[in-house]
Design a protein around this ligand. Structure first.
Ligand SMILES: Cc1cc2nc3c(=O)[nH]c(=O)nc-3n(C[C@H](O)[C@H](O)[C@H](O)COP(=O)(O)O)c2cc1C
Length: 199
């Protein structure tokens, strides 16, 4: 039995892209079929161009497919990754999520295993609020939200966020890579539970 995992992220300056790539690597090693995609960029070109790190990241990731709602339909399990924006989900990812009304109305998102990661500049910059905001949507979908809880030492070492892997990233893009260990735990947990549900 193969588990199909969609990893869908938004990233302006690369942190959430790296987090999503780590989850993809873990999932492929686990034996999952993985679709990694980024949601469409919505910010005006001149705003992106005013931030060299944002412009560079967008240019570097042009080859990564843009997420489609069909990816959600295809998947057994879904992981999202988003920067924290004022304690909430990035608008680019929210715009993608707000295109799922058709799938939701047909019950196509019910019973899928869903989980999420985030980053913010500050250690207490709203990471937990962002994940809980995302999870509110997943409850409306009827999805099975799989949070990491405190199920492994790696979660404590990465800051102890039981809602999902998260990190604090400075203005130079530097963050503690212990979050990658928490991502590994969470991704494997998502896949293990998705496999049990699909069995
Ligand atoms: C409009 C905006 C709002 C932000 N809001 C917060 C916030 O509420 N708390 C915080 O700590 N960082 C905040 N940040 C910093 C981002 O969370 C940080 O740049 C992001 O996590 C980096 O992820 P990325 O490299 O994947 O884009 C904000 C950044 C922007 C541009």
């Amino acid at each position: 039995m193969t588990i199909k995992l969609a990893i869908i992220y938004y990233s302006s300056t690369g942190t959430n892209h790296k987090m999503a790539e780590k989850a993809a690597h873990v999932a492929r090693t686990w034996g999952a079929e993985v679709r990694l995609s980024r949601v469409a960029e919505l910010a005006p070109e001149q705003v992106i161009a005013s931030n060299p790190a944002w412009q560079a990241h967008l240019t570097e990731t042009q080859e990564i497919p843009v997420a489609k709602t069909e990816d959600l339909d295809w998947a057994d399990a879904i992981i999202f990754s988003t920067p924290t924006r004022f304690g909430n989900v990035a608008a680019q990812l929210k715009q993608f999520i707000d295109q799922t009304g058709g799938l939701w109305a047909k019950g196509k998102l019910a019973n899928k295993v869903v989980s999420a990661f985030t980053s913010a500049q500050n250690p207490h910059g709203g990471q937990e609020a962002t994940l809980l905001a995302l999870y509110t949507t997943f409850y409306h979908w009827g999805s099975i939200v799989v949070a990491p809880g405190y199920t492994a030492p790696e979660i404590f070492k990465a800051g102890g966020n039981p809602y999902g892997a998260s990190t604090a990233v400075d203005e130079h893009g530097v963050f503690d890579h212990s979050v990658f260990d928490a991502i590994e735990v969470q991704t494997r947990r998502v896949l293990d539970i998705a496999a049990k549900l699909k069995d």
